[in-house]
Ligand binder design. Structure first.
Ligand code: ADP
Ligand code: MG
Length: 314
């Protein structure tokens, strides 16, 4: 549905995007994750045709944004980081205004009613936008993006500044959108993205550093795997025996909990050494008190991968 190819964006000497490429399939909910300043908004602004790229191409449902800007834009509903709301309008007036602006060719009243219903604004049509809470304003931004039923919905940090209850509602909304639309949404919060998306792209410093299905991300990112073993018995013997197991790269003693010994066993990605470790301990007649994965959590990985890059502007 969306194809981004070799996108580069420079602002003077700053390279905001450095040759990024990815595709999004129809019906996919893609999370675009990265710290502040990573290039998320820049990417979204280019996909939606708000700004131009320095080089590279974006194709949405077969149309190229630069060649057919009008046609391509009609396929996308966009909720920018700062939604363009006219705060002196009522919710309904604003949506009618955006309906006209977007030249939507659907029955006006029915369609606006339907969209307001979808985002939970059905009782707020006559309220002035300036009197709405941040969460409700965000819903108006959402509604605006949904006008015309575009096949692609792009949301730039839609949950920033919302309280936990509102965040859960917005998440639900995004998930429900995924049934009918292709969705890209950005966030700098990992848990936000992993709770909502089928696939995650991590961007840092203008480069894509990971692109994987949500459940497979940590496997893709870790270059080494670790097993933590606690066992009773002669530590030197155990260590020597563990080192002989195929796939094991390094064995380090890390502590002596409860008079036993704890070892961190590093092994090659793809290997599964648990059975061999168990057999080795049985051979040595050393009781195993605990065996668990010592690999980094997804959260730790994300911080490690993005923490050392510039990031942190806000
Ligand atoms: P994100 O949305 O991930 O926080 P942005 O896409 O907004 O990141 O920004 C990426 C980089 O490009 C940052 O270093 C930012 O300072 C820079 N940048 C963004 N917009 C402009 C602009 N209009 N002029 C100069 N630099 C910009
Ligand atoms: Mg941004």
């Amino acid at each position: 549905m969306i194809e981004v190819k070799n996108l580069t964006k420079r602002y003077g000497k700053i390279t905001a995007l450095d040759d990024i490429s990815f595709t999004v399939d129809t019906g996919e909910v893609l999370g675009f994750l990265g710290p502040n300043g990573a290039g998320k908004s820049t990417t979204m602004n280019i996909i939606t045709g708000y700004i131009s790229s320095t080089s590279g191409t974006v194709t949405v449902d077969g149309s190229e944004i630069l060649e057919e800007p009008k046609k391509t834009k009609q396929k996308i509903g966009y909720l920018p980081e700062i939604p363009p709301l006219y705060i002196d309008m009522t919710v309904r007036k604003y949506l009618e205004f955006m309906f006209e602006l977007k030249r939507v060719k659907l029955p006006k009243k029915e369609h606006i009613d339907e969209v307001m219903q979808l985002v939970g604004l059905e009782k707020h049509g006559s309220r002035l936008i300036k009197n709405l809470s941040k969460g409700y304003r965000q819903r108006v931004g959402f509604a605006q993006a949904l006008l015309g039923n575009p096949p692609v919905i792009i949301l730039d940090e839609p949950t920033v500044g919302l309280d936990p209850k509102q965040i859960i509602e917005i998440r639900k909304l995004i998930k429900s959108l995924g049934k009918k639309h292709t969705v890209i949404f950005s966030s700098h919060v990992l848990s936000e993205i992993s709770a909502t998306c089928d696939r995650i792209i991590i961007i840092a410093d203008g480069k894509i550093i990971a692109d994987a299905k949500t459940g497979e991300l940590s496997g893709v990112l870790t270059d080494k795997r670790q097993l933590l073993l606690t066992a009773e018995g002669n530590a030197t013997n155990i260590q020597n025996e563990l080192k002989k197991i195929p796939g094991v790269q390094k064995v380090k003693k890390t502590g002596e909990p409860d008079g036993a010994s704890q070892f961190a066993i590093e092994y090659k990605p793809g290997a599964d050494i648990r059975r061999d470790v168990f057999s080795a301990m049985t051979r040595l007649q050393c009781p195993v008190l605990e065996m668990r994965s010592g690999s980094e959590s997804l959260e730790e990985l994300y911080l490690r991968l993005t923490g050392s890059v510039k990031g942190g502007e806000a």
